[in-house]
Write a protein that binds this ligand. Structure first.
Ligand code: GLU
Length: 471
């Protein structure tokens, strides 16, 4: 089989949107699955709207997602001589011509067409005039006047366009800049692209592009137009529905593999499997299983998939991703063993890395800040006995293994004749400041003796001070 060559050609007019990322993923996965090639091209011919900032933001988002490219990035703005050459080819072969119609002429044409109930389109005034290049001439493509153009879409099936509806569109403006449909085709031809997967908002451009391929006697690529990503109200996904930029999800503490998994599943399926690792996606991805229905972006589903990916990631691998979130909260630590043991207690509970950093704060505080309600309820005089007894038991331990801790708590239960819950809750508040946390033995093991003892002592002091104030 011929090597599959796909591409992702973003226009750098803003950040990378999750919808665009999904298109990139489909192309990337198909190239990786078939051991083909994936080309990155920046479509920056619209100089007014294209910015370096957006280009950088797109690279940053692709890199974070782990979408790597084999060729490029190409920049359309650096390829003008190539477009010029191809425009000349079309002129030479009689598939294009210079047109000198002014904007007033075009306006008159438009009005006339409207009056007679026709579609406003170029009427072919200059089509056979054989004009040469002039100050204000554009180059138009000489489109067939009759017949049909068929788009054999891998996803949508055949779509038939009447050529009479496609007019002689401009391929080069009077200032010599090439137009969108033209450059896309020249790029795809010269880059050897044989598979084009893109959003179905481009379907109407495709017949014009197909005509250009034919005029240039180039083989057509396989086209697949994927339905748009919609919000929960079925309108096109936009900021109103929540974050739409890829890097916003990074900043909220999502894992790239979770976002990738979610976006791919939002338009492609493999039975009813929901969770995929990156390698599994590469292994199982196929164009046949891209669906025809629009995907509805569901934040809750993405969040729960993120939790699943956090659970499935080896804790050590989460360390470098968690560190920036801890830094944001003022925690500076390079102790990866401590971090790993912390993550092991939180990875089954945290839905995002941001949550994890928040939930991990008590591990780093020198002075535990008690939640007011928790302290009122659990750091009360009745807790003094068991907490003191626990201090006594723990003091005798050199090691804080799970078994040692269990035994220590058992002894406290025996001596105080209290149930575990009655002992564990005040201890939890003493150690974490809160009433909800990972398992009490786990926390003690991770915090280790010195921190545990000082926190328990501090709680005893806190209760006594409170009592004293009362009397
Ligand atoms: N630059 C276009 C866009 O960002 C891509 C069009 C294409 O895939 O052909 O929508």
């Amino acid at each position: 089989m011929e090597e599959i060559i796909t591409r992702f050609p973003p226009s750098p007019t803003g950040y990378l949107h999750v919808g665009g990322a999904r298109t990139a993923l489909f192309n990337w996965l198909y190239a990786r699955h078939t051991k083909g090639r994936f080309v990155l091209r920046i479509e920056d011919t619209d100089v007014q709207r294209s910015t370096q900032e957006s280009t950088d933001a797109i690279f940053e988002a692709l890199e974070w997602l782990g979408i790597d490219w084999d060729e490029g990035p190409y920049f359309q703005s650096q390829r003008f001589p190539i477009y010029e050459e191809y425009a000349q080819k079309l002129l030479d072969s009689g598939h294009a011509y210079y047109c000198s119609c002014s904007s007033e002429d075009l306006e008159t044409m438009r009005k006339k067409a409207m009056e007679t109930g026709g579609k406003p389109k170029y009427d072919g005034t200059c089509r056979d005039k054989r004009l040469s290049k002039g100050d204000n001439t554009v180059i138009r493509f000489k489109a067939p006047l009759m017949g049909t153009t068929v788009l054999e879409d891998i996803i949508k099936g055949n779509i038939v366009f009447q050529n009479s509806e496609l007019d002689d569109f401009i391929i080069q403006r009077s200032d010599s800049t090439p137009t969108y449909n033209f450059v896309v085709v020249i790029d795809d031809i010269t880059m050897g692209i044989n598979t084009v997967i893109r959003g179905d908002d481009h379907v109407n451009n495709t017949p014009r592009q197909i005509l250009l391929y034919k005029a240039l006697e180039s083989p057509l690529p396989a086209f697949g137009h994927v339905p748009m990503v919609l919000g929960n109200d079925r309108s096109r996904l936009s900021k109103r529905h929540g974050a739409t930029s890829v890097t916003a999800y990074r900043d909220m503490g999502y894992l790239p593999d979770a976002l990738i998994n979610y976006l791919v599943r939002l338009g492609w399926s493999f039975g009813d499997q929901e969770f995929f690792t990156r390698d599994e996606l590469i292994e199982k991805f196929s164009l046949e299983n891209i669906g025809r229905a629009a995907g509805i972006f569901d934040q809750e589903k993405l969040l729960s998939l993120n939790a699943d990916h956090i659970k499935a990631t080896p804790p050590r691998e989460l360390i470098p991703i968690l560190i920036p979130f801890l830094k944001e909260k003022g925690v500076e630590t390079g102790d990866s063993d401590y971090l790993e043991s912390i993550i092991k207690t939180l990875n089954i509970r945290s839905k995002t890395l941001r949550d994890m950093a928040e939930d991990a704060m008590f591990y780093f505080q020198d002075e535990i800040v008690y939640d007011e309600k928790a302290a009122k309820k659990f750091l009360s005089p009745s807790a003094l006995g068991p907490v003191r007894e626990l201090i006594k038991q723990l003091e005798q331990l050199d090691q804080f293994g799970e078994k040692d801790l269990e035994d220590a708590f058992k002894k406290v239960m025996e001596i105080t004749e209290l149930k575990l819950g009655k002992i564990a809750q005040p201890v939890r508040v003493a150690l974490t400041g809160k009433t909800a946390s990972p398992g009490i033995f786990e926390i003690i093991e991770v915090l280790e003796k010195e921190r545990v003892m000082s926190r328990l002592e501090k709680a005893v002091q806190f209760i006594m001070d409170k009592e004293q104030k009362k009397s």
